[in-house]
Design a protein around this ligand. Structure first.
Ligand SMILES: Cc1cc2nc3c(=O)[nH]c(=O)nc-3n(C[C@H](O)[C@H](O)[C@H](O)COP(=O)(O)OP(=O)(O)OC[C@H]3O[C@@H](n4cnc5c(N)ncnc54)[C@H](O)[C@@H]3O)c2cc1C
Length: 556
């Protein structure tokens, strides 16, 4: 290595001179005797340096780029740098807030690793990673790719679901199209034909063909089985309300389990930027906020089970029983229902045929890499649609928002309306509805109607993201807990009454504030009738429900 290494470079680029100097110093300390350390303070400067190296015939083994740089982001730089040095190992330096962008970048620029700043102590956080990358660079022709791999068809609903499941559960993965050379090679190695996609290859090399969420969860290290038969508290739903309830339940000494059918974080975990949550003046990505909450709940001893759906609850004497899809049950003293809401589907003819094949409900983050260079359409005029438009505008050629109202101001927060007005590639088409979706194996065009003039137009697009409100999917609780006409669960003083008593209520006492029509079963967050539909209120209700669980347990 020594002979080559005198000509081999490691390049680092960071716009913050202090950080730039710090990383160069740490790199020199470990690698200075074997490699030339090159430091740049902008993407352009770094590309210039790479071009010079290329002309001189020098080698570059490793490139470390800061994600947030004003003129050219780290991802853009790495993308351009790949043309010059395709084999050099690529590392993105990110702040914690940008973790999900880094996970997306794994697919966009074939990233080898992302490093969280600060990397102190370098002996633990920096050098081991870089040592491995440099070793793999030297063994270039047979380097292993240490990531979960997903091979699928671009226009397959299940491939899209699998990627979303992994992304939302913070599992880094690489995405290979089945028709590309590398995808074909992996399928051949796995001995699978492309009629049975998606195929997931785990870190250990295990091949999963068309896996269910539960299989996938178990194979990528998520817990899918409760460790006990009996708990003090079962929380159903892992959005902000459920995470809040699990955290307070566990931290206050209750044996607590949280059951989540897809990924902890709920709707909030899909929000690209939450700007109105207390304590985050610069906003926070939903994934970051809810990932922290998940870790905090687990730290306090809450058990978290993912990819399991609860399909029934029953009162059996003082026990409350929870039944899963496969018939398995667990019991508890009390339950908190924090099942939130799910996206409402767009009913226009044809659109339903393309779900996951060009039409997506809320999966803004995981589809971002596919949007590059495309004309993206977004239906909806509320904050969730606005956040998605801003997010996609960074990737897509153009973003068109389709709203039924005459302006965004009635349905969207002022700060978002202002942001959208300031972004050149976002267009808002008011008084407009999607009346049809068409295509072959994927969405190809939309038929739109201008509701003021009645004019019909057809636009070509492969990507439609729908944010038209949400419904609580509580049919499984029909006849079990009181629900309103839309299916939201009714609690406490809002329960329907016969005289001075709630209907079907069995106790002497009145129901507690968030208590459902079954004593000991509480409701928190968006799934509750009359709830505020905000992250902060969901978290608050989760905490408050735990306080009421304590009261319920004391007074039984
Ligand atoms: C894109 C987007 C952006 C948003 N931005 C903001 C914002 O900026 N500010 C703000 O305050 N609010 C925002 N919201 C709203 C906010 O996210 C919600 O109010 C909040 O997430 C509600 O929390 P929750 O825990 O009640 O329900 P949810 O977040 O809906 O979570 C419910 C969870 O329960 C799980 N679940 C449901 N049924 C079952 C079952 N039977 N078994 C197991 N698990 C089940 C679901 O999978 C889900 O994970 C946004 C919402 C979206 C979609």
């Amino acid at each position: 290595m020594a002979g080559d290494a005198t000509k081999t470079s490691i390049l680092t680029v960071d716009d913050d001179p202090e950080v730039s100097r710090a990383i160069a110093r740490d790199l020199r300390r470990r690698y200075g005797s074997d490699y030339r350390i090159i430091r740049a303070e902008s993407g352009d400067q770094a590309l210039e340096a790479l071009r010079e190296l290329k002309l001189r015939g020098d080698l570059v083994a490793l490139m470390l780029a800061d994600y947030r740089m004003p003129q050219m982001s780290g991802i853009d730089f790495l993308e351009e740098a790949m043309d010059l040095y395709p084999a050099a190992r690529r590392v993105l330096l990110t702040a914690y807030a940008d973790t999900s962008a880094a996970i997306n970048a794994i697919n966009v620029v074939d990233l080898d690793h992302y490093l969280l700043k600060p990397w102190d102590p370098p002996d633990e956080k920096l050098y081991p990673v870089l040592d491995d990358l440099l070793a793999s660079w030297h063994a270039i022709d047979h380097r292993p790719i240490p990531d979960t791999k997903v091979v699928g068809h671009q226009w397959s609903a299940r491939s899209s679901d699998v990627r979303e499941f992994l992304g939302r559960n913070q599992v880094p993965y690489r995405w290979y199209l089945s028709e590309d050379a590398e995808g074909q090679r992996l399928l051949a190695a796995a001995g699978v034909d492309d009629g049975r996609l998606p195929v997931v290859i785990t870190l250990e090399g295990e091949v999963l063909i068309e896996p269910s969420d539960e299989q996938l969860a178990a194979q990528v290290g998520l817990e899918t089985t409760p460790s006990k038969r009996f708990y003090d508290l079962v929380v159903i739903g892992g959005g902000p309300a459920g995470l809040g309830a699990a955290l307070y339940g566990a931290s206050e000494g209750l044996r607590t389990i949280l059951i989540e059918r897809t990924a902890a974080g709920g709707q909030a975990g899909q929000s690209s930027r939450i700007e109105n949550y207390l304590g985050f003046p610069d906003g926070v990505s939903g994934a970051q906020l809810t990932d922290r909450a998940r870790r905090q709940a687990v730290k306090f001893g809450a058990e978290l089970v993912t990819a399991r759906e609860v399909v029934a609850i029953e009162a059996n004497g003082s026990a409350r029983t929870i039944r899963f899809t496969d018939g398995e049950t667990i019991d508890a003293h009390a339950i908190i229902l924090a099942t939130g809401v799910s996206y409402r589907q767009l009913g226009a003819p044809g659109v339903g045929d393309f779900t996951g094949r060009g039409v997506f409900y809320g999966s803004a983050m995981s589809e971002a890499s596919n949007a590059a260079g495309h004309d993206v359409y977004i239906v909806g005029g509320a904050n969730s649609a606005g956040q998605a438009a801003v997010y996609f505008s960074r990737h897509a050629k153009s973003v068109t928002m389709l709203i039924r109202g005459a302006s965004l101001t009635a349905s969207m927060s002022h700060y978002l309306v202002q942001q959208i007005e300031g972004i050149d590639n976002i267009t808002v088409r008011t008084c407009t509805e999607v009346v049809e979706g068409s295509g072959g194996d994927h969405l190809e065009s939309l038929t739109l109607r201008d509701n003021t003039s009645g004019e019909i137009s057809v636009v070509e697009t492969q990507l439609l993201f729908v944010f038209i409100g949400a419904v609580p999917r509580t049919e499984w609780l029909d006849g079990v807990v009181e629900r309103d006409a839309q299916g939201f669960m009714i609690a406490g003083p809002d329960l329907p009454r016969e005289g001075d008593r709630p209907v079907k209520w069995t106790e002497e006492r009145a129901p507690y504030h968030l208590e459902s029509s079954i004593p000991g079963v509480f409701v928190a967050g968006d799934a509750r009738a009359e709830s505020a539909k905000r992250v902060a209120s969901a978290v608050g209700e989760g905490a408050m429900a735990v306080m009421l669980v304590h009261r319920y347990l004391e007074k039984r």
